[in-house]
Design a protein around this ligand. Sequence first.
Ligand code: SF4
Length: 239
Amino acid sequence: MKSASDTVTRKAGPAAGERRNYQQELDRILLQQQEKRPRLLLHSCCGPCSSSVLEYLTQFFEVTVFWYNPNIYPQEEFDRRLLAQRELLEKMGFAGRVGLMTVPRDSAPWYRATQGLEGEPEGGARCTECFRLRLREAAEAAARGGYDWYCSTLTLSRHKDPVRINALGEAFAEEFHVRWLPSEFKKRGRELRSQQLCAQYGIYRQNYCGCEYSLAKRNVQPDERPAPAPVTPAVDSPR
Ligand code: SF4
């Protein structure tokens, strides 16, 4: 039988003008929140993306970072990114108040999920399956741990489609009976803010998405991403 998440297609979502405003939806949820700080399981794709997201969300939630990234290749890079995540929590003063739940690297499920999609471009169908695998695990962990909400830092990156990520998040929320927090974290300057925080705290920023195919592409093409902006004291609207 098909689950709700199976109905989320591998294709990109509709054009920006036609789609939901996830930031406004998140604003409304935060406004309705009572005094009690709900527990949130935040899937983190990497330390850098989690930086400004944590700065934002810890104002409203008791956050636990969930590290499940079997896409990262090779093992040394996985270890390096996980270390960067730990360092970030420590250096930003979150140690002791933000939990960290890690799943050791086992790439087999990821290779199974993306089989036949090796040649897809970044942003294509392989990425949908990559999101699907990681968000399913996050939803399961959130349900198991009795969290009030779950979400992912994946929507911080301008290279990742927030429509697909939110659609998958919502589908797994339905399947595992846990609430998905809608997001488009890159809004309100948070992508730039993450660059500033990484520079400020000396956090390692990788130059490829994560899987071996994105690494191969990065190795034959120059880094097309914009250079990190000069670091100036940033003002980030918390909402
Ligand atoms: S490019 Fe990134 S999101 Fe896409 S499959 Fe590779 S690791 Fe996953």
